[in-house]
Design a protein. Structure first.
Length: 394
């Protein structure tokens, strides 16, 4: 029986759309599909034994506290660790009272949108940009403005020209999802100068910054303009995404409203997860764990680069990423990656069409490949399959 419901979705719900990536992941569950689609960290990097030991210790030493309601701001020792980590590695100057622990940095995007976006407010984004941010912003009914961008991110002149009246610019300086691009030192300086001159707040999203291969990226935008940048980070890419732990570093004047939005959303992030993560990382675990992830991902990056050169030279264009998890491919202008995807799946591989990552005027001849989840031999097989369907479509 499918009775008609009396519920009517709000107008904002009409702007919600499913994630094409999540829909594609359903397809990749079919046997025999090499998935180069989802941006999933390699499960082989998850510190299972360290987590097991931390769970035992937390339940032994603080069971009541770990299973009880907790402060909305987050677990105080974990917030202190985040502040110290950012001060050391991002040249920031923050204290724990500026740190809020959301349920993943994706919730951080939602909280920022809830606090900062009014109906029809202008929000600036890169071209292309992270699909999950577009999804988080959409229900609050902004006017999204796509900034002219190159291989280093948005052009400073474009940002300055579009800044008037905008609530913020959403930026991913390090190994961006989807392109893998990283801002240079000069580009970071130019963007911050332009934002300061226009009094344009910045929302800096940095889930991939620790995943560099040869050299760390330049310091954060937040380190250059502390009062004008809202900074987001994540434990998903360096520990485990299933824990759903991120962090927000907010200017003191903005923090209370973000905290109130957090309280209204879910009271607090699971304190059990926070205590486990703090127990794992508090004595320097990431100092050896993250380099091991980098080394593994670099091998996978190299395998995909080799396969792309072997199979797609002269057919597609790309820039080899120096960190992160993704390659971004530009195909011949007449090829629509959305239409190509079913043929690729039939051939035994999956990718994410690039059109979903554009706020406007999507380039349909683009696609994203993830290199961290599949082993090198599967990467080779997946790229070979992609080459076959591309040559057939040429």
């Amino acid at each position: 029986m499918n009775a008609k419901t009396p519920f009517t979705p709000a107008r904002r719900a009409e702007r919600m759309n499913p994630s094409i990536i999540r829909e594609i992941l359903k397809v990749t569950e079919k046997p025999g599909i090499v998935s180069l689609a989802g941006g999933l960290p390699s499960a082989d990097t998850f510190p299972v034994q360290a987590m097991r030991e931390a769970c035992t210790k937390v339940l032994r030493d603080a069971p009541r506290e770990a299973l009880q309601y907790a402060a909305s701001e987050g677990f105080a020792p974990l917030r202190e660790w985040v502040a110290a980590h950012l001060n050391e590695h991002q040249r920031m100057n923050v204290t724990a009272v500026q740190v809020l622990i959301p349920t993943g940095s994706q919730q951080g995007l939602d909280l920022a949108a809830k606090v900062l976006i009014d109906n029809d407010a202008r929000v600036l984004v890169e071209t292309p940009t992270y699909l999950g941010a577009l999804q988080a912003f959409a229900p609050y009914e902004p006017t999204i403005v796509a900034l002219a961008s190159d291989h280093e991110g948005p052009l400073p002149d474009a940002l300055a020209a579009a800044a008037g009246g905008a609530r913020f610019a959403y930026l991913l300086p390090n190994f961006q999802n989807p392109t893998g691009h990283v801002y240079s030192e000069a580009r970071r300086t130019a963007i911050v100068v332009a934002a300061q001159e226009q009094t344009l707040p910045l929302l800096e999203d940095n889930p991939y910054g620790d995943l560099w291969f040869d050299a760390p990226p330049p310091p954060s935008l937040a380190s250059r303009w502390p009062e004008g940048v809202l900074y987001l980070g994540s434990f998903s890419k360096v520990l485990a995404p299933g824990l759903r732990l991120g962090y927000i570093v907010a200017p003191p004047a903005l923090y209370p409203k973000l905290l109130q939005a957090k309280q209204a959303a879910d009271l607090h992030t699971p304190i059990f997860n926070q205590r486990i993560v703090h127990e794992v990382i508090r004595n320097g675990f990431l100092d050896t764990h993250v380099p091991a992830i980098r080394a593994r991902y670099k091998l996978h990056r190299d395998a995909m680069q080799t396969s792309l050169v072997k199979h797609l030279s002269g057919i597609a264009q790309w820039v080899t990423p120096v960190g992160g998890m993704f390659f971004w491919l530009e195909l011949p202008a007449h090829i629509d990656a959305v239409a190509l995807l079913p043929k690729a799946v039939e051939a035994g591989m999956a990718f994410v069409p690039g059109a979903a990552f554009y706020a406007s005027a999507p380039r349909r001849n683009t696609l994203r490949l993830s290199f961290v989840t599949s082993p090198p031999q599967q990467i080779e097989a997946g790229i070979a399959a992609l080459a076959r369907v591309l040559k057939a479509a040429a």
